[in-house]
Design a protein around this ligand. Structure first.
Ligand SMILES: NC(=O)c1ccc[n+]([C@@H]2O[C@H](COP(=O)([O-])OP(=O)(O)OC[C@H]3O[C@@H](n4cnc5c(N)ncnc54)[C@H](O)[C@@H]3O)[C@@H](O)[C@H]2O)c1
Length: 327
């Protein structure tokens, strides 16, 4: 047996507000491996998340039996580093009025107060936000673009900067990215594609800098589509999932658990040699250069078609993979 054993380790998972997103799946997998779990929850969804947890409405079940506990929920708005950064209209917003200590620096201070100076082994950034995500990049305002970069990319730098000093050597930092950073995904707008490109670049630089400064590893998972709350807000997630199901290398839909399991591995000592990496968990969709054609290629690569297909005729002899498909 080669186990993923995270017993005795504490994880802080930022961006958990329900049980439908990647953050929850990662928290569950880390808990399954034995880690204790703290989460950072965006103030606008904090009370509904707490209520849902208290009323047992969230699926805390662990494969193999039992349920996982959340050690503590911290309010977190990762768009703000320090109290002075919070604009008055946010502070006075009814969803923020009753909440305090939600800037990144304050969360770090409360973690130290709760658990001591070196209290974290794993930090996960599973959050993104863009006020203009529905607009194509070409129509995105400067403020919308910068807001996407701030909430979705700089927030990662801020977490490493302020939670890094709390991490024990050998720890791991992880974020979630998406293929739109490197390929055009129509509809993924508002500067979110730019934010994901920045996040991936920052992963490499932080792997070096945080690696030298805190002796931790920094990676990002490029995940396939999932019908999370955030993805549903973008509005095309069901079509994307179906598109991936038809066209990924493995014609299946990736699950939140697929991402959770990869996260648990990347955060474990088994991945001690992996840092600065973008790891794809998308059933191989990223590797495709042309959509699959159910009439031709799928049959050809599955070996179900005859010699004509192997010669490329079933797909009209077109495309760079013409010979390879039947080979
Ligand atoms: N769902 C997908 O198809 C998909 C694919 C690839 C990558 N991702 C990435 O996965 C990560 C998690 O997203 P998800 O799709 O699981 O959705 P989700 O809705 O479960 O998670 C996003 C979380 O971010 C929180 N959030 C938003 N703004 C915040 C802020 N300023 N500070 C703190 N928290 C904030 C939200 O409350 C929410 O809990 C994101 O980085 C997303 O880009 C998602």
């Amino acid at each position: 047996m080669l186990p993923i054993d995270l017993r005795g380790k504490r994880a802080f998972v930022a961006g958990v507000g329900d049980d439908r997103g990647y953050g929850w799946a990662i928290a569950r997998a880390l808990a399954q491996a034995g880690a204790s779990i703290c989460v950072g929850t965006w103030p606008p969804v904090l009370s509904i998340f707490q209520r849902s947890l208290e009323r047992g409405k969230l699926d805390r079940s662990l494969p193999g039996g039992g349920e996982f506990e959340i050690e503590k929920i911290y309010p977190l708005d990762a768009a703000f580093d320090m109290p002075n950064d919070v604009p008055l209209e946010v502070r006075e917003d009814r969803r923020y009025r009753e909440v305090s200590g939600y800037t990144v620096q304050e969360v770090a201070a409360v973690l130290v107060r709760d658990f001591g100076e070196r209290c974290l082994d794993i930090v996960v950034h599973s959050l993104a936000n863009s006020p203009e995500v529905h607009k194509p990049l070409i129509d995105t305002s400067r403020s919308g673009y910068l807001a996407a970069l701030s909430a979705s990319a700089y927030s990662f730098v801020a977490l490493v900067q302020r939670l890094g000093p709390l991490m024990r050597p050998g720890g791991a930092v992880l974020s979630l990215t998406y293929l739109a950073s490197e390929r055009v995904i129509p509809g993924y707008g508002g500067g979110m594609s730019s934010a994901k490109a920045a996040l991936e670049s920052d992963t490499r630089v932080l792997a070096f800098e945080a690696g030298r400064r805190f002796a931790v590893r920094v990676n990002t998972i490029s995940a396939g589509p999932l019908a999370s709350r955030a993805a549903k807000a973008i509005g095309m997630i069901d079509r994307m999932i179906e598109y991936y199901r038809r066209n990924a290398a493995l014609p299946e839909v990736n699950t939140a658990a697929d991402v959770g399991h990869t996260a648990a591995f990347l955060c474990s000592p088994l991945a001690a040699g992996i840092t600065g990496a973008t790891v794809y968990v998308d059933k191989g969709y990223h590797a495709m250069g042309m959509v699959a054609d159910p009439e031709g290629w799928e049959a050809a690569v599955a070996g179900r078609a005859g010699a004509d297909v192997a010669a490329g005729e079933a797909v009209g002899g077109s495309g760079p993979g013409g010979g390879a498909g039947g080979a």
